[in-house]
Design a protein around this ligand. Structure first.
Ligand SMILES: Cc1cc2nc3c(=O)[nH]c(=O)nc-3n(C[C@H](O)[C@H](O)[C@H](O)COP(=O)(O)OP(=O)(O)OC[C@H]3O[C@@H](n4cnc5c(N)ncnc54)[C@H](O)[C@@H]3O)c2cc1C
Length: 506
């Protein structure tokens, strides 16, 4: 019998990243996976800025950036020629310390997460499968089959199913997973491509009823190629040979290219589904176990990592006796709303990319490639697109954990905006796994000193004009950040009463 606080089922990116967060909070857990190690496949390759901001807190961001490639540009190709190009390397400049899209193979990404865990003294139990589980009001019991074929029991306070799209945990909890399955078949191939284009750009090739993207990967001329077969293509996932994919690519992109050294390819059907609830009692689901959707925008893996980031601090607070069980209800509240938005956005993006309605196809092939690169030169467009794709724009404004007093541009529930103060990133001060009270001082009215509290770090920051502009504030104010650096409270009350009232919940 193993006893622990949290059982994590599945060690894909969601489970491994959740484990890293729980470790940060000093929470005891057991993580296991039926596979014999991290995935050897490249699968998800886009790592978004918000994920890197999260990793920065545990010292992993620089490792990932060093292991990957930054997409320098996006080029829009139609009819065999580049019709427009946009600079991407600094598209989010001023908004995040990671103002780009990073390309890292999922296999390597998982390895870095796994190594981090081992360096922290925690091992994934590989070749270990969840056989069954049950829960009472006091805890959870799971039966597992270990690598040597033995059955063992784990007792814990909570269980998190990070066990992928076919999640046994989701099924066991009886959670709904409504949505649809797309008619089209998707393909991916990791290969070297010889052509007249440089290796520093992401190429989006737009055709009458298909879209084919080439993402530059580490290695000479190596690209991840992603595309779809047209609607009505009569074949099942397992029936398609690589030769058919290559022929499809060449037909759709109308370019003179030679594809060789194919390391990996896969054909898959895409679903757009989400759970009706992210939790049932003491059990939770996260990542693909909770939501799956089209690959538009490289959102899937990043969303799973952020599910875990949202859940980890809440589990830690409850396990330490600093918050009541009801705090855990906000995991479903916040992440369900996010998953709903995510499916709507990825469905819409996919419809635009692949619809064969004549007017959509006309816009996609004849107008979009010419204007997209140009439009992305404008700051206003960058500020609209980057927060959406990089996930820094995700907010919990409607959450029951968000409170505000006063009128500000930045709202309760928003991610803490990024800026530099005294020549250093403000995020440098926000790494401790605690609440953070930031008192912005206009030089006249000083916010009251906060009472001593082991859960809280307090900083005073001069309210210089650039910060007044970001927050839309002309006088002193206070921001109380939750441990995941989303704004719990923003207030112009300087007496400390609002802060004390907010913290009284914890
Ligand atoms: C071909 C392909 C291409 C993709 N491309 C992209 C992309 O470009 N961008 C993107 O964002 N996403 C992409 N994805 C999706 C991305 O890979 C997933 O979103 C991501 O892997 C989800 O991570 P996860 O940890 O939630 O689930 P998974 O990666 O599926 O991990 C779940 C883990 O749980 C384990 N497990 C399952 N059941 C049990 C059990 N009963 N007991 C023990 N262990 C169990 C599994 O072995 C697995 O390791 C792609 C996926 C595929 C298949």
């Amino acid at each position: 019998m193993i006893k622990t606080d949290v059982i994590i089922v599945g060690a894909g990116p969601t489970g491994l990243a959740l484990a890293g967060q729980l470790r940060r909070y000093g929470v005891e857990f057991v993580i296991f996976d039926q596979k014999d190690g991290t995935t050897p496949f490249s699968k998800a390759i886009g790592v978004q800025a918000r994920t890197l901001e999260i990793y920065e807190q545990i010292g992993l961001a620089d490792k990932l950036v060093a292991a990957g490639a930054i997409a320098e540009k996006a080029s829009f190709v139609e009819g065999g020629a580049i019709r427009g190009t946009a600079e991407l390397a600094k598209i989010g400049e001023g908004l995040s310390p990671y103002p780009f899209l990073l390309i890292v193979e999922q296999g390597l990404h998982e390895k870095i997460l796994d190594e981090h865990l081992r360096a922290e003294g925690k091992e994934v139990l590989w070749q270990t499968t969840l056989e069954s589980f049950s829960q009472t009001e006091a805890g959870v019991t799971a039966a597992i089959r270990t690598a040597d074929g033995a059955t063992e029991t784990i007792e814990a306070k909570f269980l998190v199913g990070c066990d992928g799209a076919k999640s046994a945990v989701r099924h066991g909890l009886g959670l709904g997973f409504a949505g649809s399955t797309l008619d089209r078949l998707f393909y991916v191939a990791d290969a070297a491509v010889d052509w007249n284009f440089a290796h520093d750009s992401l190429y989006v090739c737009l055709a009458q009823n298909t879209i084919t993207a080439f993402f530059p990967m580490v290695g000479e001329n190596r690209f991840r190629i992603v595309g779809t077969f047209p609607e009505g293509h009569q074949a099942d996932e397992g029936e398609i040979l690589y030769e058919e994919i290559e022929a499809r690519i060449k037909k759709d992109v109308e370019l003179d290219l030679n594809i060789h050294d194919v390391k990996w390819f896969s054909v898959y059907r895409v679903h757009s589904r989400r759970v009706d609830k992210f939790a049932n009692g003491r059990c939770f689901v996260a990542g693909d176990a909770a939501h799956i959707h089209t690959p538009a925008g490289a959102q899937g893996m990043n969303t799973g990592i952020q599910d875990g980031y949202n859940l980890a601090w809440k589990l830690a607070a409850v396990l330490r006796g600093k918050a009541s069980l009801s705090l855990l209800e906000t995991y479903d509240e916040e992440r369900s709303a996010n998953a709903k938005r995510l499916l709507q956005t990825t469905d819409r993006a996919f419809d635009f990319g692949a619809s064969d309605e004549w007017f959509v196809a006309f816009f996609r092939t004849k107008i979009f490639p010419h204007i997209a690169g140009f439009a992305l030169h404008f700051d206003a467009v960058k500020k609209l697109i980057f927060p959406l794709v990089s996930q820094i724009g995700i907010n919990y404004r409607k959450s029951s954990l968000s409170a505000e007093n006063g009128f500000f541009k930045v709202r309760a529930g928003d991610r803490m905006p990024w800026f530099e103060t005294d020549g250093a990133s403000v995020y440098e001060r926000l790494k401790a796994p605690k609440f953070h009270l930031l008192n912005f001082f206009d030089g006249t009215n000083r916010p009251a000193a906060a009472p001593e509290n082991e859960l809280l770090d307090v900083f005073e920051i001069p309210l210089y004009p650039a910060l007044a502009e970001i927050f839309g504030a002309s006088r002193s104010f206070s921001v109380l950040l939750r441990p995941d650096n989303y704004i719990g409270l923003i207030t112009e009350d300087l007496t400390g009463a609002d802060v004390a009232k907010y913290l009284a919940r914890f």
